[in-house]
Write a protein that binds this ligand. Sequence first.
Ligand code: HEM
Length: 359
Amino acid sequence: MTPVIPAPVPVPLPAPAWLLEFLLVFTFILHLLPMNFLLGGVVMVSVSSFLGRNDAKHREFARRAGGALPPVVAFAITLGVAPLLFLQLVYGQFFYTSSVLMAWFWLAVVLLVMLGYYGVYWYNMQQEELGRRAAWVMLTTAVIFLLVAFIFSRNMTAMLRPQDFYNEFLRGGVGVILGPLTSSGLARLLHFVVASLAMAGLGVALLSRLWRRDAPGFAAWAHRYGLRWFQAGTGVEFLVGIWFLLSLPAEVRGQFLGASTLGTLLLVAAVLLAIVALVAARLSLAVSTIAIVGTISLMAVIRHLVRVAYLQRYFDPRSLPVHGQWVVFALFAILLVAGIATVAWMLYVFFRPASAQAG
Ligand code: HEM
């Protein structure tokens, strides 16, 4: 059967497609970092909540790290809005269709995120009162956020297969169609989850610097503990990454194995930076952090190239009409830069006492 591909929205783009695609990837990286800390963070705090029943260090860790989670949730949610807008703008006809096919799950994300947000606050504010039940509250919260990641990953994967839309529609069940969970889909989800565990470990190692002043012994333990998660997660990520690459369709995989110079160079650079991050972890946390943020950023670009390769048979965003709305665009750019500068300043102020003390 000839595939039925939805037509693009007839409204012209407000800026050239390349600029919107750049902003889609750039703002996705901004979402990805706190989302990684959040997903990995809730898992780490869950584990420590259970271990903390018999271990004072884990109890203290769960208390302190749990306190850092509410602002991380706020960052993850707020920074998800911008890529969502750019995604709809450039890939609307694919993204809307896959969202409608899984509508009930997609709509459930709002409720799940609210429940998860409630969970981190509940854990944080009533740990004493909850007693042994606190660990279960955090575990439930972790499951909720993992479910959110699962639904996002299903949608971002389903939108890449427009040739399936019509058949899925004909088969019935519109609203609850998540699509088949293929090996590639599973590897993609696992790639995000394992990366989150590694990044949360690095986040803990960074956070432990703040704990040096009032609890130096505990801070040294937390530093080592965070690094163990980071190193183990990054190590496992090499294996999951290979699985993910091999599970991609041959024509997509080929883009990163020689068929495209750009794709291949990006993958090699991303892997090399991950190796640097791994080797530098115990020598310099700053070098390791810069290297791994480089890996994550390059991986986000690679993920976009995967999307382009999947859809190239059906759609080229550059074919869309453009009617530049430059005043609005300049306003967006100014606010984006001001927003990033404000967050950078907040982080600097947050970490300053510890670094000043270290210096
Ligand atoms: C707070 C819990 C959240 C978690 C755990 C989460 C997790 C994820 C994951 C794992 C992906 C990658 C999926 C894939 O490519 O396979 C993703 C992508 C995305 N998320 Fe989130 N997300 C969260 C909240 C949000 C919210 C609230 C928004 C919007 C307001 C959002 C916007 C996006 C967008 C637009 C993408 C795709 C960007 C692109 O395709 O380039 N996320 N998210």
